[in-house]
Design a protein. Structure first.
Length: 322
């Protein structure tokens, strides 16, 4: 089968398309023929081993996992003693840690992060429905966002931010979103009640206060956003922060009265993927798609993602529907 392979850490050019052995499903695994996947910040980080801590998960000197890809959508090709999924069934899911989605075939544990695709959606539409959304969902659940609260989302056009705006709005909270001039209408269409244009206004100087501030692009700090929080408000960031301060503050601030830093560690489970399917099926959440590339163009896709300018998600078409 064809796959996007990297055998050393580095820039997008270390990735190349190669013929590799097809995986064989073991007991309680399904073999999925991948039709669509994505390139995201997680893939970029592990491919480049940035931050350095990534090497502790994928290999200190060279990558143990040579085929990246955390999201997939495709068709069950074979099963290894599995009855939960049938050959020919359309499925999608999430595979961080195992990775392997940047290939024509992928094995997934039957109890892993995999579920069926809603009948009215295509592979391209659902492929980007898990990675960023499960980060957004982790933040939402950690802070217990609920109806009537005020929430600010910085980076509302990114994959995590665009998912967060939709899911938070679906819970009945009031959402203020931060983006640039070109995408004000897009963010409003996602459900934001109020939009701040960061090219003309510093959101950290906003006069409103919030129950939760979620920085979905990791461009701010707790210190800069503290004044935005209500007395018991929470700050979250998708990034470790300067000198890895966010995990440290998440340990310290809960011991003190007042405003907190939260640093949720997302869970990878079938229950979460099924919940995201329900949100997609109901129309509460639809992944925003910026660009589509074919597998042969994956290096170009990596380069684009690393510009930091992508809107929502970048999809890779691996096996075009027949």
């Amino acid at each position: 089968m064809r796959a996007a392979v990297h055998t050393r850490y580095g820039p997008p050019d270390v990735v190349r398309i190669e013929e590799v052995d097809e995986p064989v499903p073991q007991a309680n695994e399904v073999l999925v023929r991948v039709h669509a996947t994505t390139v995201n910040r997680t893939d970029c980080g592990y491919r480049a081993a940035k931050p350095f801590i990534a090497r502790f998960f994928t290999g200190l000197r060279r990558p143990r996992v040579t085929i990246m890809g955390t999201e997939f959508a495709g068709v069950v090709e074979a099963v290894g003693g599995v009855t939960a999924f049938k050959v020919g069934e359309r499925v999608f899911g999430y595979s961080e840690g195992r990775f392997g989605c940047h290939a024509e075939l992928l094995t997934v544990p039957v109890n892993g992060s995999i579920t069926s695709i809603p009948a009215n959606l295509t592979f391209v539409e659902v492929a980007p429905g898990t990675e960023a959304a499960h980060y957004a969902l982790a933040a939402i659940r950690k802070t217990k966002i609920h109806h009537g609260q005020a929430v600010l989302v910085n980076g509302a056009t990114g994959a995590i931010g665009s998912a967060a705006v939709q899911i938070i709005k679906g819970l009945g909270a009031q959402v203020t979103a931060v983006c640039d001039t070109a995408h004000l209408e897009l963010v409003r269409s996602l459900g934001a009640d109020r939009v701040i244009d960061y090219t003309t206004e510093d959101f950290t100087k906003d006069n409103q206060q919030y129950d939760v501030v979620l920085d979905a692009v990791g461009k701010s700090t707790f210190g800069r956003c503290r004044r935005l929080l209500k007395r018991r408000g929470s700050y979250l960031s998708s990034d470790l922060g300067p000198l890895c301060q966010n995990p440290v503050l998440a340990l310290v601030t809960p011991l003190l009265p007042g405003k907190k830093v939260r640093f949720p560690i997302p869970k990878d489970s079938q229950a979460i993927v099924r919940h995201l399917k329900e949100l997609i099926e109901s129309g509460t959440f639809r992944p925003v798609i910026d660009r589509r590339y074919h597998l042969d163009q994956i290096v170009e896709a990596y380069r684009y993602v690393e510009t930091g300018q992508k809107i929502g998600n970048v999809v890779i078409e691996v096996e075009p529907p027949r």
